[in-house]
Ligand binder design. Structure first.
Ligand code: NAG
Length: 213
């Protein structure tokens, strides 16, 4: 298992997800793909910036920290080779928690938006014509939105993508919390080799042995 190497893959995966979430949130500001004449016509949940702030900006810090873990100096402090590495892994737990917070925010906002449905022009009245996700399984109801054209599939697709992508971010950050805990206890595995069952370092490292045996 673990630890610096796999943190790096997590970082590499998180970056495109953060970019895609930001893009999805930006597209939501153009209901049905059109520039709107009034900000009042945009669904409230779009203004919560779940994709831009939560799954976007807040995700940049953990991604960069995870990416850098592999390249940290292995020969750490106090003459203990894995100590500097351990501190890096410990720090990564804090950043993973920041990521969890951001992605969790985007996930909740997207779920609320999907349940409530989009704001649209329903017979010359800008309102939310749906409630409790009742439009999700009934496309006949989508005609309640007379304009903008395709507003229902537009919001449905983009908020669903945000929900899925922030869900993946949550899982990846949670993996890094566990990964970081193991890395903190064992020192780095791929770099210093202390967690490999057969290595000398593993046999000499009591904390690590206790964790796995
Ligand atoms: C879908 O919504 C329409 C309009 O409210 C309603 O008349 C119809 O019964 C609904 N269909 C289903 C399968 O619920």
């Amino acid at each position: 298992m673990c630890s610096g190497g796999c943190a790096k893959c997590l970082g590499i995966t998180l970056i495109p997800l953060a970019v895609l979430c930001t893009l999805a949130n930006i597209l939501l500001f153009f209901p049905g793909g059109e520039v709107t004449s009034s900000n009042e016509h945009i669904t409230d949940e779009v203004w919560y910036f779940g994709g831009i702030l939560g799954s976007g900006v807040l995700m940049i810090f953990p991604s960069l920290v995870f990416l850098g873990l592999k390249n940290n100096d292995c020969c750490g402090c106090c003459g203990n080779e894995s100590c500097g590495k351990r501190f890096a892994m410990f720090t990564s737990i804090i950043f993973a928690a920041v990521g969890l917070l951001g992605a969790g925010y985007c996930f909740i906002v997207s779920a609320v938006a999907l349940n409530r449905g989009p704001k649209c022009n329903s017979y010359n009245n800008w309102t939310y014509p749906f409630e409790n996700g009742n439009y999700l399984g009934n496309t006949t109801m989508w005609t309640f939105c007379t304009s903008p054209e395709n507003i229902v599939p537009w919001n449905l697709t983009l908020f669903s993508l945000l929900l899925i992508m922030s869900g993946i971010q949550i899982v990846l950050c949670a993996v890094q919390v566990v990964n970081g805990l193991i890395g903190t206890i064992c020192g780095d595995c791929s770099c210093c080799g202390c967690c490999g069952w057969e290595t000398e370092l593993f046999k000499e490292n009591e904390d690590c042995r206790n964790l796995f045996m």
